[in-house]
Structure formats: C-alpha cells, structure tokens
Design a protein around this ligand. Structure first.
Ligand code: SER
Length: 323
C-alpha cells in the first residue's frame, strides 16, 4: 500500500488531517513532516520527518524514501502574520508549493492536495454567495500567494498531467490545535476565553460576517475530494467550499446561550481591514455537483462541540499540572 505524506503536520489543520488519515489508512501508512516537531502525541504515532518545505532537495529526498499515493501540502504563512512579513510569506507559500508540484511532475507522488482559501477574494468580489468564477483581487500577500498557487496548480495539471486538487477553505474551527496567524482565529480564541470564564476581546468588530467551517467537515471534504475519480474533478484551480456564516456578535450570543456569564468586548485591529475585504458567504455548488460535497455541522452543533471539547482540554491540563 502506498503512503500519505502530510507536510505542515504540526499546524491547526495538519493535526486533524493526520488523525483522520491514520484512522483511514493506519498509522504506518501516514508520514508526517514539518519544520517543527508536532506537539500532539497522536500525530507522532506516525513516522515524523523534519522538513523545510522550501528546500527542493530535502523534499525530493523525503519522497524518494517511500512510495506515496498522496501528499497534503499544508505548510503556509496565514493572512495576518503574512502582512507582517510579506516577502517571507510569499517565499514560503510559493516555493513550497512549486517544490511539491515539481516532485509530482517527476512522478514521486500520484496525487497532490493543496489548500486555497477565502483569502483569494477581495473588494471586487460579491459579498454574498460568491460564485466559483468570481473576481479574485486579494489585498493580502497570503491571498496573492493563493491566487498564484491556484494558477500553478491548473498549469501543472494542464501541462504535465499532475493530479492536483484544491479547496478554498473558509475560516476553520477545531479543538485539537490552535490556528496561527489568521484573520479568522478569533472564532477559536473566543472558546478558550469562554471556558476559562474570561471576558473575550475580539480583534474583529461585532458585525464582521465571514464564512466558517468546523474543522472535521474540512477534513472530510479534503478526503472526499482526494477520493474522487480524476474525471469528476473539473476544477483544477480550487473549489469554493462552504458551511456557515456568522459574525463575532452572533458567535458570542450562541456561546452566551450555553455560558450565560460570558462577556465579549470589541477592539478591532489591523485584521479588521482583511476581514472587510473578504466575502460573507460562498456558493459551493460546483463542489456539491462534482464530488458530492455537503457540510454536516452548523453553528449550534459547532458551539456545543467546541465548548465541551475545550472544557475537557482545560480540565485535563489542570489535572496534569496538579500532579
Ligand atoms: N483562516 C485563514 C486566515 O484567516 C483564511 O484562510 O488567514
């Protein structure tokens, strides 16, 4: 059986995707790579390779070390942190993708997954129900790198027959790991404050409506897209993908229904301009039509799961530090 390689396995999505791949294929069939060692012990049940994804020779050596059915290349600098270091974000996001695509062109791996994002959209994009073929005019370096990356994916597919597949993820919320450096991170941070009994200060204003998704839905979408027949995958840039839309005020209200003492205040910072440039909702009918996508989790269920899971994590770490 051929293996599955996750690059960026220590990140928010990487951890969850590795666990899903381990459950599906077995821990020995998954190889995890990152520039830092993953802190989740379950991730390290699979072999770990230290990898700087911008180093082509190092990446080729990893692929040459085994036979790979698929690579999931998740390493990237996200929207907010990318604005602090624009050239470094461009270098990391582009060089690492081109390295993966080159390895696939050389036949070192059969299938490639690479995430795009709602960050490809910008002020010229409609605010609501953004169609698949919408204007792409990102204002962030992260978004620019995702638009360019989508073009490279289509190019490698058309010119070299590389089987590369991609999704434009909305903001992702999970409870196994924290996001790092994104504009949608508030939607995870808010739960930590809620379970700690702390007031949350949101870096986005109360009415910033953004597309969001429970991370388990995003992982399932990824696995379903990767399992689809190549002929069914008509879009070789990146698929729109959607589940729900909410604002910080709506999320806070849903939390308050379950935690009545929860309080929020608003102190928008530079991330507000990024959020303002993104749409509120996405039309993902191409994904639904081509490979049967449907989301499972809406805001009520999401808030229940997130509160319970983060409470549990807090209790476990408190018990550990009391020992
Ligand atoms: N969650 C990402 C970010 O906020 C968007 O892809 O940067």
């Amino acid at each position: 059986m051929k293996k599955h390689l996750v690059i960026g396995a220590a990140g928010q999505l990487g951890v969850e995707l590795v666990l899903a791949l381990q459950a599906k294929y077995g821990t020995d069939q998954v190889v995890v790579a990152d520039i830092r060692t993953p802190s989740d012990p379950a991730v390290l049940n699979s072999p770990f390779v230290h990898l700087d994804a911008t180093d082509l020779d190092a990446m080729q050596a990893v692929f040459q070390g085994g036979a790979y059915a698929a690579v999931y290349h998740l390493a990237a600098m996200l929207s907010a942190v990318g604005e602090k270091r624009p050239l470094a974000a461009w270098d990391l996001n582009m060089a690492s993708l081109l390295n993966v695509l080159e390895c696939a062109r050389e036949g070192l791996v059969e299938r490639v997954f690479w995430p795009s994002s709602i960050a490809v959209f910008g002020p010229a994009t409609p605010k609501h129900d953004v169609p698949q073929e919408a204007p792409l005019d990102p204002t962030t370096v992260y978004g620019i790198s995702k638009v360019a990356g989508e073009g490279w994916c289509r190019y490698y597919h058309a010119q070299y027959g590389v089987d590369v597949r991609s999704l434009r993820y909305p903001g992702l919320l999970g409870h196994r790991s924290l996001p790092g450096g994104g504009t949608t991170d508030y939607a995870v941070d808010i739960f930590l404050s809620a379970v700690r009994g702390e007031r949350y200060t949101s870096f986005l204003g109360p009415d910033s409506a953004l597309p969001m998704m429970f991370i388990e839905d995003a992982v399932r979408a990824t696995l379903e897209l990767m399992d689809a027949e190549a002929e069914a995958v008509h879009i070789r840039t990146s698929y729109n993908l959607a589940a729900m839309t909410f604002t910080p005020a709506e999320l806070a209200a849903a939390i308050r229904e379950r935690v009545p003492s929860f309080e929020i205040e608003y102190a928008p910072d530079s991330r507000q301009a990024i959020a303002d440039s993104w749409p509120a909702s996405i039309d993902d009918q191409a994904a639904r039509r081509d490979w049967g996508w449907h989301h499972a989790v809406n805001i009520g269920e999401l808030v229940d799961v997130m509160l319970e899971a983060w409470e549990q994590r807090l209790a476990t770490s408190a018990a550990r530090s009391a020992q």
